[in-house]
Write a protein that binds this ligand. Structure first.
Ligand SMILES: NC(=O)c1ccc[n+]([C@@H]2O[C@H](COP(=O)([O-])OP(=O)(O)OC[C@H]3O[C@@H](n4cnc5c(N)ncnc54)[C@H](OP(=O)(O)O)[C@@H]3O)[C@@H](O)[C@H]2O)c1
Length: 297
């Protein structure tokens, strides 16, 4: 069972081809020999049939018996067979076939190259200068109650310290886009952020550093160099921004409140929740709440 493995003689591809070729030649010569023997027997039989048995005795052509013609035709076929075995095979053998094949392949390749040159240059293969467009992630940041309430009398409804901290952490160093009313709900501009205020009033006055625009589109243009500008409210601006934003950072306050301003419903067919962190109410946070992140589905 565990005896020495027998050495199997290995034949390479060239050797195998030679053997197959030799076998083929032997077969061809054998067939030629059989043909020759059959021809001889056949010729004798034809002569006997005509001369001894008298078959077609009266049929003569140019004063010659028919068997002469039959033997001559057969002889011609035999000579043709002999020629193809010993002559044609010599210059139309395997090497000749391969040569012809190579010639054909080269011809086809030549034609393909010519066709390629005739075709209009493939513009996709040309090196294109793609301008570097930094990917901007327009993000809505909001705190909303279970009934989507976000404010009343131009004020927030609750005090959740952790939410304010999160707001500060996320928005610091970025542009914050807001409606005129939300801007006016702040005692003063928030530090370390560029305020972009949207108003229809062409004469709206703001402190230095605050940017005034008259459409949401212009607000986004102002933030062109910011990879993550934040839309921070209020209700009117959220309604417009939710249609184009890439992300929503929501603080869901687990309570319902009477209010005059609401956040639009988050459509689950459009928005996919990617993160959720629940927090219990405590001394600094009046209500239970969950930090939720949504991205476009
Ligand atoms: N819970 C939260 O996370 C949160 C966040 C922010 C705000 N809030 C609350 O939301 C409330 C304020 O929201 P709001 O809806 O009343 O006001 P808002 O959205 O802050 O501001 C509305 C104002 O923005 C300007 N505006 C809106 N759309 C515009 C457009 N397409 N083109 C030009 N200007 C446009 C108009 O200013 P003009 O009238 O000057 O033309 C409009 O009166 C407050 O209660 C606030 O406390 C809550």
């Amino acid at each position: 069972m565990f005896g020495k493995k027998k050495d199997i003689p290995q034949i390479d591809k060239d050797q195998l081809e030679l053997i197959q070729n030799a076998q083929k030649r032997i077969k061809q010569k054998k067939r030629l020999y059989i043909h020759f023997v059959v021809f001889l027997i056949g010729a004798v039989f034809l002569i006997i049939a005509n001369t001894l048995l008298g078959i077609g005795e009266d049929f003569k052509l140019f004063d010659l018996n028919w068997f002469v013609y039959a033997i001559l035709i057969w002889l011609f076929l035999f000579v043709y067979h002999l020629f193809s075995v010993f002559v044609t095979h010599k210059f139309m053998g395997k090497a000749w076939e391969q040569q012809q094949l190579n010639k054909l392949v080269a011809k086809q390749q030549d034609r393909i190259e010519k066709l390629k040159q005739e075709l209009p240059k493939d513009i996709s293969s040309e090196k294109k200068e793609i301008p570097h467009v930094p990917k901007q992630e327009l993000t809505i940041i909001v705190a909303a109650a279970e009934n989507d309430a976000i404010g009343k009398h131009n004020k927030l409804i609750w005090h959740i310290s952790d939410d304010l901290k999160r707001f500060k952490n996320l928005t610091s160093g970025h542009h914050i886009i807001m409606g005129r009313k939300t801007f006016e709900s702040f005692p003063k501009p928030l530090p370390n952020r560029t305020h972009v205020v949207i108003t229809r009033n062409p004469n709206y006055k703001v402190p230095e550093g605050v940017v005034v625009v008259h459409t949401l589109e212009d607000a986004i243009k102002v933030c062109a160099n910011d990879p993550q500008p934040y839309v921070i409210g209020g209700g009117e601006i959220y309604k417009q921004a939710i249609l184009i934003a890439d992300k929503i950072e929501l603080t869901r306050v687990h309570e319902s409140f009477p209010a005059d301003t609401f956040f639009p419903k988050i459509d689950p067919s459009i928005w996919k929740e990617t993160n959720s962190v629940f927090h219990k109410k405590d001394d600094k946070n009046e209500f239970d709440f969950t930090f939720l992140t949504y991205v476009r589905a």
